[in-house]
Design a protein. Structure first.
Length: 322
């Protein structure tokens, strides 16, 4: 601990005794080295300098020089802070110029099923032209159908057009048929596809929702015009490649000993998909997928899964359907 701290003040301060001795030195022109030694903060702040004529005495430094020395560290700290503040201001101004709107208004994460449904319902109420959706999977529970109808019926009363893309497997569920039966056909168009992207909803081509994580417990609400426009273009491509709900599904190639679904599974297996991945891509359960694989093995007399893969490649069953 330094002497200045022992006297009860900080290293950058002068005690009353030091001020008194410095005042005395100014008045007398000098002060004994012994007297100054009892007040160390005088030497710490260089307020005294050696007397060139007598080592036993010290001479006072002029007050203006002493003040400049005392203020120098403070001035340096202030200058550093000003430079830091200026750098931050210039950096943030540059970043602000790059954003046309606050990022939280362009893309935000909505967490929790209730919050997601509330956000979607709010945009449904605002929709005035069209609603586009991609709904992967096959099963539709009664609760899902009830929520969907509660959200959809009010907007069709406002003559808002609806377009839904489901997977082929959804055609065989009673839930979807019951949902479609309660909506006007002139405003509703439905198509199905073999493989679909994850869930997607677009309202008036101005706002879109898609899952933010695999379990769909969070969603991205997207209002950035360029990104929403891109998603809408992607939807138009999927729509063009999908089959109208009232049209029959594509069948397997003429003479093929398997069904169209089994042919789809064959293509996925050749691509290296697991049973789980193939089932997810086709919107069916793993149990149903494995039942179709068993039928493929029986049809081709395969003795193992590896043998099945080789037979599928050479059989031509994985050729695209017409």
């Amino acid at each position: 601990m330094t002497a200045s701290h022992e006297r009860g003040h900080g290293a950058d301060e002068l005690c009353d005794e030091a001020i008194g001795l410095y005042t005395q030195a100014l008045a007398q022109g000098r002060i004994s080295r012994t007297a100054a030694g009892e007040v160390p903060c005088l030497a710490e702040h260089a307020l005294l300098t050696a007397d060139p004529r007598d080592d036993a005495w010290l001479r006072p430094v002029p007050p203006t020089a002493a003040l400049a020395r005392l203020l120098h560290p403070l001035a340096r700290d202030i200058l550093d802070q000003v430079r830091t503040a200026d750098l931050l201001a210039r950096t943030l101004n540059t970043l602000s110029a790059l954003a046309d709107e606050p990022p939280d208004l362009a893309i935000r994460v909505v967490a929790g099923q209730s919050a997601i449904q509330a956000a979607i319902d709010a945009d449904l109420r605002e929709a005035s032209d069209e609603v586009l959706t991609v709904q992967p999977g096959s099963t539709r529970s009664p609760e899902i159908i009830r929520v969907a109808l509660a959200s959809t019926l009010p907007i069709v009363k406002r003559n808002v057009r609806l377009r839904h893309i489901y997977q082929h497997s959804a055609r065989y569920g009673s839930g979807l048929k019951g949902y479609l039966a309660q909506l006007p056909g002139d405003l509703l168009q439905v198509r199905t596809t073999e493989r679909a992207i994850d869930r997607l909803m677009i309202f008036d081509r101005k706002v879109a929702y898609l899952p933010a994580n695999p379990d769909r417990s969070a969603a991205l609400e997207i209002r950035h015009p360029a990104l929403v426009r891109y998603l809408a273009q992607l939807y138009d491509v999927l729509w063009a490649l999908s089959t109208p709900f009232d049209d029959p599904l594509p069948t397997a190639l003429p003479g093929a000993p398997v069904t169209a679904v089994q042919q789809s599974i064959a293509r996925l297996l050749i691509d290296g998909c697991t049973d789980q991945a193939a089932a997810e891509k086709l919107g069916i359960s793993v149990r149903t997928c494995r039942a179709h694989i068993a039928k493929l093995m029986h049809t081709l007399n395969a003795t193992s899964r590896t043998h099945l893969g080789a037979l599928l490649i050479h059989s031509g069953l994985a050729e695209p359907t017409r």
